[in-house]
Structures are given as structure tokens and as C-alpha cells.
Ligand binder design. Structure first.
Ligand code: ADP
Ligand code: ZN
Length: 220
């Protein structure tokens, strides 16, 4: 099964993606996490990637596609994957289709999380993230605080605020989303595999029964 998470930054793609990963027993693969960890390891290329991320701009298609192609050819995702943050352009979506075609599979459903921009900004600046690569839990100072302030409930690591989770970069990321990635909604709608979840400030994505809806949608 292949599930794609669509939606602006801060709508909860990561949180929902992790939850679906547990329910369906298939890995959650986040392009943002891959690029952030890659940018810590590799000299000059890493600086280039970091620059795009810090400015709220998309990493160039060619680089993004290459990194994701490698990831999608690893053995743990051969029975299914939840893709969070990729594709983000129509070109990436077309390339993804080719990658999957070679593997004799296709995208089954694109889950689109929708939330008004004002609420997105508020959510992102209050987001805190566990930097432990094995954990990566996501918290929110308002509606999902950690039990002990600044400490991850699950692994005890000190929480961080992502460098790109500041108001200026968030505004730029939202602009990038509306100019480019939002087009994917129509792209998958035209293929008849779009499932939209409308959120509001009080929506708690973890209790919304999204997994059950998806099962019903896919008839499984
Ligand atoms: P969010 O969805 O909250 O913006 P992500 O972790 O998905 O956060 O992405 C963080 C940054 O990583 C993006 O702003 C962008 O610079 C880069 N990025 C992630 N996925 C892609 C992609 N598919 N193509 C290009 N750049 C990407
Ligand atoms: Zn943790």
C-alpha cells in the first residue's frame, strides 16, 4: 500500500503519517527528515540543502528525486510506505509514478490535510520536535505539550524548535506551498485518489479515525 500525505506545512502530515504507519504496519518516510539529516552529514551539498530549507524554499527537484529514489528502493518499504513531504511538485509526482511503475505498484491514496493559513502559522511557531532520529516525536506547546517541559515523553531527549519553524520562514514555506505544492491536490483529484480531511484549530488528528476512513475508502 502506498499512502501520500498532502497538505501545507504544519497541518500534521508528520503526526498523521506516524499514526498511520503504526496502524498499517508500514514505514513512514518523511522527505524533510531525510534532507535535514543528509544536510548534517555531507560537506558542500549539505550546505546547499540547508540553505533551501532555512529559506523556506524547495530543494531542487533533481536532488530531491535522487535522494527519495534511493530511499524508495530500500527493502523495508517494499510492502508499503507512507510518504510525507514527497512529492511536492508535479514533476516529482510524475517521477514518483515512474519509480513505482518500475516496482509494479502505484499510489493508492493521497490524504490531503487542510487547515487555514492563520492557524498554520500559530501551530508551527509553537511546534517542538524530538531530535532523536529513532523517535522524532512532535509536540505543540498549546494542544499537545510534553508532560515535562522541554523533554520528550517517549525517549527523554531535550526537545528542539526546528530552525525553519520561525515566523519568517513559515510565511515563505506557506507561499512556496500555495505557488507549487498545492497543485498536487488537483493532480491526485484527477486520478480519483484524493481524500481530504478538513481540520480546524481544535482538531486533534490523533483521535479523528483517519485510518478507519482510509480503510473504508480503499475497501480494506
Ligand atoms: P513542513 O511540511 O513542515 O514544511 P518538511 O519537514 O516536510 O516540513 O520540509 C522541510 C523542508 O525540506 C522544506 O521547506 C523544503 O525546503 C525541504 N523539502 C522537503 N520535502 C521536499 C521535497 N519533496 N522537495 C523539495 N524540498 C523538500
Ligand atoms: Zn523522543
Amino acid at each position: 500500500m502506498v499512502i501520500i500525505m498532502l497538505g501545507a506545512p504544519g497541518t500534521g502530515k508528520g503526526t498523521v503519517g506516524k499514526m498511520l504507519s503504526e496502524k498499517f504496519g508500514i514505514p513512514h518516510v518523511s522527505s524533510g527528515e531525510i534532507f535535514r539529516s543528509y544536510s548534517k552529514k555531507h560537506g558542500t551539498v549539505s550546505k546547499i540543502i540547508q540553505n533551501y530549507i532555512d529559506n523556506g524554499q524547495l530543494v531542487p527537484d533533481e536532488l530531491a528525486i535522487n535522494l527519495m529514489k534511493n530511499r524508495l528502493n530500500e527493502s523495508d518499504v517494499k510492502n508499503g510506505v507512507i510518504l510525507d513531504g514527497f512529492p511536492r511538485t508535479i514533476f516529482q509526482a510524475e517521477k514518483l509514478h515512474e519509480i513505482f511503475k518500475k516496482q509494479e505498484r502505484k499510489v493508492n491514496i493521497a490524504v490531503n490535510l487542510s487547515l487555514p493559513d492563520e492557524e498554520i502559522i500559530d501551530r508551527i511557531v509553537k511546534r517542538r520536535t524530538c531530535p532523536n532520529p529513532e523517535c522524532r516525536a512532535i509536540y505543540n506547546l498549546d494542544f499537545k505539550p510534553s508532560k515535562k517541559e522541554g523533554i520528550c515523553d517517549l525517549c527523554g531527549t531535550k526537545l528542539i524548535q526546528r530552525a525553519d519553524d520561525n515566523i519568517e520562514t513559515v510565511k515563505q514555506r506557506l507561499e512556496t506551498y500555495h505557488q507549487t505544492s498545492e497543485k498536487l491536490i488537483d493532480y491526485y483529484k484527477n486520478q480519483d485518489i484524493l481524500y481530504t480531511v478538513k481540520l480546524n484549530s481544535k482538531s486533534d488528528v490523533t483521535t479523528m479515525g483517519i485510518a478507519e476512513e482510509i480503510k473504508r475508502y480503499l475497501g480494506i
